[in-house]
Ligand binder design. Sequence first.
Ligand code: GTP
Length: 400
Amino acid sequence: MARDERRRHQLAIRWKNPWEPQWMPASLRDTINNRYHSRDFNYARSEYLRTRMLFVGLVFTLLAPLWLLVDYLLLPVELMTSVAYGRLGLMLVLLGVLYAAWNSQHKLSRLRNSLAAMMLAPALFYGYLVIMYGDQLNSLVGYSFIPLLIIAFLSVFPLTLIESFGIGFLVLLTQVIALTLTGELTTAYGWQDLWLLFTLLGISLWANHSQVSALLRLYRQASMDSLTGLLNRGILLKQLEQLYLEHQKQRDSKEPSSPITLLMFDLDRFKKVNDTYGHSIGDQALQVFAQILRSELRKNDLVARYGGEEFMAVLPGTPKQDALEVAERIRAQCEQAFVLAHDGQRVHFTTSIGITQVRAQETLEDALKRVDSRLYMAKHQGRNCYVDADLPPGTSPVYS
Ligand SMILES: Nc1nc2c(ncn2[C@@H]2O[C@H](COP(=O)(O)OP(=O)(O)OP(=O)(O)O)[C@@H](O)[C@H]2O)c(=O)[nH]1
């Protein structure tokens, strides 16, 4: 089989069954870190994280001074003043963390740092108490369970395993240092303490994995088109809006802003494909086209099924000339691709493409209308071609 022929054939059979990879429960790979999470999922996760942080942070902040009552009942009088100051300091740190979390909407890495600070502040406070007043504190139940409580609280948050383990590890380290300084690390008490912390950390990690994978699965179900496995229209528009707002912000602050290029595709005379070969063959053509888009676009481009046989790609940071080359590659690939009809006949299909860049001072709706009108022009100029919107009206050449 000639190379070209083989490639065409592979294209025809390589379309993915959308029910397989994307809809499976998220695997360990998806919950270890956020490498495979989409930008939008990071936004959604940061929102969950923030809401829970505000709640847990408030509980910790209120507990810090309220615990003085426990101190009053349990601590020797000579310790009360210094512990009370310590608690006040802890409360101030926690208030600072709450303030930072409140102002970190959609800022995942800032939220992660604030969460680490929120968890480590009580751990350090506890470590300090143990080191300073170890002999007097160890018999008091109320203090020895602080590190356990912190590690247990990790399970409340939708953290990736690395994030959760990082915080848990620092809490454990604080405990190891405290136990070493009090000379208890090698005692039965020290081992029992660390064993308990490790076990609890394991349980929290399991809870984090379950939580993140459930969120991911729900998110993927809600954001993907079931036939092609691409994004659906709603989520594309949402992500495009976020990109657009960032773009505006960069422009307002006079930072160099990267262009946003829009490509809109519509399969040509698709009704005829359906009418001649049946809907299932039409569906396969849509899946093959989705596969072409996936193979020609970069990982951080957004690509969605926009409507029935309409698709949209958003290319952030792509100069116009590169976008035109991408459009041409997709057009040419589509022309070569085919699906096999029930009688073994090859069913070919083509696409028309409208292209534009989001311009300064215009709304997103303007840009969307323009790309749609250029797609319409491509249809009128004979189909199987692309039309670039950014050339003066009337001079827009047809590339095919
Ligand atoms: N098989 C299949 N067909 C679909 C799907 N969604 C939309 N279509 C079909 O796509 C066709 C679109 O037809 P038209 O809007 O008339 O456009 P067209 O025939 O592609 O003609 P031009 O766009 O003018 O080139 C209709 O027959 C729809 O039924 C789908 O999910 N699967």
